[in-house]
Design a protein. Sequence first.
Length: 348
Amino acid sequence: MLQQDIIDNINSGIIGLDADYRVRMINPAAEALLQLSEARILGLMICELESPDVPWRATLDQAALEGRAIVRRGLSLDTRDGKPTFADIVVAPMREVSHLAYLIELQPVDRLLRISREENLMNAQETTRTVVRGLAHEIKNPLGGIRGAAQLLERELPEGSLQEYTSIIIQEADRLRDLVDRLLGPNKKPALVALNVHEILEHVLQLAVVEAGERLAIQRDYDPSLPSIKGDRGLLIQALLNIVGNALQATENQPQCALTLRSRSQRQFTIGEQRHRLVCQIDIIDNGPGIPEALSETLFVPMVSGRAEGTGLGLSISQSIVHRHGGLLNCESRPGETCFTIYLPMEN
């Protein structure tokens, strides 16, 4: 039991095979890497997962013949969602222990690159939030003085057209104050309760259908086995609505907005400097023209928008909400497909 607990907590993917090359053991890291559950893969011959870049049988035959570990580096593993994952593979023969004759280790080579990229993204976003908070403080203080002075001046002016100018000053000061508040994002502490992530997604879709009507084509790809998450329902709905709203706007010149919502679980997943045993992954995919490369590095920076009429606050607010839940929001985009991915820890 202790040995199984140790294997389950190893970050590398581990697969145990019997002498006939059938899968007899797989740890959560390998399940996540291959996007195959233990129930689905146990008993299968590993050769049934054969892909053009991974010659399982030839590698196992060589390991058996030479009696040593065989290493294959940088191979592309086919996954269920069609996105290849690159990994180093070590196939080692072993004395039969619990009917295991071979041990396969899968070490994703893009994992460290992903963690490093995400740490840089989170550090950049935290720096942006610090700058925005300081800037908001410097703006709101004189704004209060300007508004108060305009109110005092309005009382001293005679009735008539001159008060129109003080009213404009007060209204514009209020508008600028509201803009600064939006820059700061939600200021309330998240009220964390147990939530069904699919109920939240369905609520967001209902609101999107009201806005887009028949132009919206929805595809659901949910994992019904996902447990509840801890989150603030209102804040998470706001974060998701901002992303879905961006998808609708990005496809407004197209006859149809094809929107896919997908939920998955990820095991032994690292967010920033913390590794989580279980993470909820939410993908929001649209068929828009994609995000311009010039905006890819500043996508979550406030006041940066690719649309002339855009405020550039929606994604910034969504990122802030996800971050306050201990999660991560990132994006991958190419012409015809943009995917926003939210990772939320599922520990209590």
